[in-house]
Write a protein that binds this ligand. Structure first.
Ligand code: NAD
Length: 267
């Protein structure tokens, strides 16, 4: 551990989708910087594995715990956030859980049940997480708090490889986050939307599999020529969670290696 105080010393954080790529990397960084972290995920076995990994990397963490939570169910989210009341409530909420379904397609091909499933998790999950974070912060008379909601670059640029339900859900996350940021600004609660580019995490890589053509179709659009890494998102989340970003509010925080700013990329 560094001898300097951690950037999140004394803060209590909740990370949803904590067993996945961005969630686990963020948990590890948060814990390293002195926060206590509640890792929440729908998958208990995945959570167990992720917890073991986090504890291996940060053995002297103040507290890392886990709780199963389906973010599309308000009762789960409420119970999860309220479990932190015994520790003076939460200071940081990372609404990261999200899905990108294999059957998600264009306007004609997307089944309605996939639309609903995607929106229940990606949009309602963020709403419930934001709502219960605010309620917790108010219950514990917090004068500051940081809520980071995960959107995506697909909410900023169109794509000829459509996943309509996913794209629409991430647009909703961005719009919702912006409004929450304004509504709660005078309470000291900041809301920012993280917009990652396609990453090297199971969410996308499992779907691409060995299909080199499908992979190339995406890589070509990166000025850097590569997908992003989960840790590169986690570093941005750490900044947004810490007091270093105290005047950063309502942003679409884009971490994409320049992808959304590129017209033509280098050969
Ligand atoms: P991931 O699939 O590695 O992790 C997502 C985690 O969310 C998994 O552990 C999964 O079990 C969990 N989860 C799924 N449904 C849940 C539910 N109902 N309740 C609680 N947990 C649930 O994905 P990732 O790449 O780490 O993605 C994290 C976030 O980043 C997602 O919101 C995703 O849409 C977004 N994102 C990812 C990419 C990418 O290319 N990977 C790009 C842009 C945005």
């Amino acid at each position: 551990m560094p001898s300097r105080p951690g950037r999140l010393e004394g803060k209590n954080a909740v990370v949803t989708g904590a067993a996945g790529g961005i969630g686990l990397e963020t948990t590890i960084l948060f814990a390293r910087e002195g926060a206590t972290v509640l890792m929440a995920d729908i998958s208990e076995p995945a959570l167990e594995k992720a917890l073991a990994k986090a504890k291996e990397i940060v053995p002297d963490a103040a507290r890392i715990s886990t709780m199963r939570c389906d973010v599309s169910k308000e009762s789960d989210v409420k119970a999860m956030v309220e479990s932190q009341d015994q520790y003076n409530g939460i200071d940081i909420m990372f609404n990261n859980a999200g899905i990108m379904h294999a059957d998600d397609a264009d306007a004609i091909g997307t089944p309605e049940k996939i639309w609903d499933l995607t929106h229940n998790i990606n949009v309602k999950g963020v709403w419930f997480g934001s709502k219960h974070a605010v309620l917790s912060m108010r219950r514990h008379n917090k004068t500051k708090g940081s809520i980071i909601n995960v959107a995506s670059v697909v909410a900023l640029v169109g794509s000829a490889t459509p996943q309509l339900a996913y794209t629409a859900s991430k647009g909703a996350v961005m719009a919702m986050t912006r409004e929450l940021a304004i509504v709660h600004a005078r309470e000291g609660f900041r809301f920012n939307a993280l917009c990652p580019a396609p990453l090297n995490t199971p969410l996308l890589q499992d779907w691409l599999g060995d299909d080199a053509e499908k992979r190339h179709r995406r890589e070509i659009h990166f000025p850097t020529g590569r997908f992003g890494e989960a840790i590169e998102q986690a570093q941005a989340v750490l900044f947004l969670a810490s007091d270093e970003s105290s005047f950063v509010n309502g942003t679409d925080f884009v971490v994409d290696g320049g992808m959304t700013k590129a017209y033509v990329t280098p050969d």
